[in-house]
Design a binder for this molecule. Structure first.
Ligand SMILES: *Cc1c(COP(=O)(O)O)cnc(C)c1O
Length: 252
């Protein structure tokens, strides 16, 4: 993907050049959104949940600002981004729209200020140092930053995420940070096509939420489920599903 140099508040980034990205066909996007919405509806109905209790987070990483604008025109409002440099360019380009931006990628501590100033939610907080920096850097003019803690449930291959045994201590620390609002938990289990395994993984995250609620009663969020496993996640109580591929097509 070609990149262009971009400067913002004295920082310089290489941004994907959206002008050269292949834009998504509007009809295809409309169809994809309708299909994903009906999957959410059917999954919720199957387990006697209200459809409105499952929120769709459109994961727009690698997609152009134009694609996000089109998705917004189709009624989507919450967008998730993994790569900070790329995300900031899109957020700036789409300031005329009333969108909610969620950071869902790995967080380097030298990038927390940009996250604290540009995003509404962060799903991938997994250590106190990052939380402390986000708390200090959240501008006073903005509401508190919504936080989910990324948990390394046992099925997860990667090293990111707090281990369940350390969750209580992290929740305790964050509950005292006045510029953060702890909303719940997030996980990215290892991909598997086995529906029972998917459910077992998501059940682990669900079972950790009451423990968080003992310390932070208003924590209400389970951010879990992607294109390949959203049905299992909804069956296990997901309140936010993070969908990229099935909305925007495969990433190049
Ligand atoms: C890319 C990504 C998604 C979306 O995955 P799809 O399989 O494309 O739906 C969700 N969550 C996170 C953290 C991601 O990085």
């Amino acid at each position: 993907m070609p990149f262009v140099l971009f400067s913002l508040h004295g920082d310089h980034f290489w941004l994907p050049n959206s002008a050269t990205m292949r834009p998504m066909n509007m009809q295809q996007l409309t169809d994809n959104i309708a299909k994903v919405r009906s999957r959410v509806r059917e999954s919720a109905q199957k387990c006697q949940r209200e459809e409105s209790t499952v929120s769709l987070l459109a994961v727009s990483k690698t997609r152009s600002a134009g694609d996000v604008r089109n998705a917004a025109a189709c009624g989507l409002r919450r967008f998730g981004e993994n790569y900070l440099q790329e995300a900031v360019g899109k957020i700036e380009a789409l300031q005329d729209l009333d969108l909610e931006w969620h950071f869902i990628g790995p967080i380097q501590s030298n990038k927390t200020r940009l996250i604290a100033t540009h995003f509404d939610w962060v799903h991938s907080v997994d250590r106190e140092k990052i939380a402390r920096r986000l708390n200090e850097q959240r501008p006073e003019a903005l509401p508190p930053l919504n936080i989910c803690l990324q948990v390394n449930i046992s099925a997860e291959d990667s090293k990111s995420g707090v281990v369940p045994d350390a969750l209580g201590e992290l929740v305790e620390a964050i509950s005292k940070m006045t510029r953060l609002r702890l909303r719940g938990l997030m996980a990215i289990p290892a991909a598997t096509g086995d529906a029972d395994q998917q459910r077992a993984n998501f059940a682990q995250l669900r079972q950790l939420l009451p423990q968080v609620q003992q310390q932070v009663p208003e924590a209400d969020t389970l951010s879990m489920g992607m294109s390949g496993d959203m049905e299992a996640a909804i069956a296990e109580g997901a309140t936010i599903v993070r969908i990229g591929t099935d909305l925007f097509g495969p990433r190049g």
